[in-house]
Ligand binder design. Structure first.
Ligand SMILES: [Zn+2]
Length: 248
């Protein structure tokens, strides 16, 4: 179906982009992407995916917008304080691109709901901020054979990669066991420079679009590390671990 009318203008810079074009835009329109976590990482990721024209965007988050979120969670604004993050996200993303179907999922990921929450999506973004959720998302993605676009931030640092157990390592190859409670508590409440998740979340959106279109070289088996203080990116090779408790 040729892209005409407003969409021809909206997506003009994609349509003239070598390697993208009408076929790429149509591919995004028929794609379903789940963003788990509507916070610092999920904000830029969801905004770029909606702007790009991903046809169906699931947003999962159980929290409400708090004042301390707004320093980095750019999906939400001051008038949305106290609203469910998924409702704030749906309104913002609909305003950005009414052609995108935004599915608000006001739930925390659990052992019981993980598989059904992910089942209908092509690509899943891990934009959560805690280890138990990452473990659950990874396990569900390995079981369902779906790619998981991972991001995390801490202080002035960020990390991102793509886990796809069909083509490379999974999250448990990197972190076989849950860290100590003390470590997890410290990470959950750490300081974060607000723009750092902006960078990492934008990388996650870029990797997602690449996976959907099948273009370029995905970040599979490569962990991209950002140190914003020196503004250096570094890349670490990740390998599937033969003793991984999950994916082997
Ligand atoms: Zn593994």
């Amino acid at each position: 179906m040729p892209i005409t009318g407003d969409d021809a203008q909206r997506y003009y810079r994609h349509l003239i982009l070598p390697g993208f074009g009408e076929a790429g835009q149509e591919c995004l329109r028929t794609s379903r992407v789940l963003v788990v976590g509507a916070g610092g990482l999920g904000s830029p990721a969801a905004l770029y995916l909606a702007a790009a024209g991903v046809g169906t965007l699931g947003i999962a988050d159980a929290d409400a917008v708090e004042l301390s979120n707004l320093q980095r969670q750019i999906l939400h604004g001051t008038p949305q304080l106290g609203q469910a993050k998924v409702e704030s996200a749906r309104a913002r993303l609909h305003g950005l691109n009414p052609g995108v179907a935004v599915i608000a999922i006001p739930q925390r990921i659990t052992e019981a709901n993980a598989q059904s929450m992910l089942a209908d999506y092509d690509v899943v973004l891990d934009c959560t901020d805690n280890f138990p959720s990452r473990f659950l998302l990874n396990a569900a993605c390995v079981r369902l054979g779906k790619p998981l676009v991972f991001g995390s931030v801490y202080h002035f640092e960020g990390q991102t990669t793509v886990f796809d157990a069909r083509r490379g390592p999974c999250y448990r190859c990197l972190f076989p066991d849950l860290p100590s409670e003390a470590y997890m508590a410290e990470r959950a409440q750490s300081g974060i420079l607000g723009a750092v998740p902006g960078i990492i979340g934008a990388v996650q959106a870029t990797e997602t679009i690449k996976l959907l279109l099948g273009v370029g070289e995905p970040l599979i088996g490569r962990l991209l590390l950002l140190d914003a203080l020196t503004m250096r990116f570094r890349e670490v090779r990740l390998q599937r671990q033969p003793d991984c408790p999950l994916c082997v």
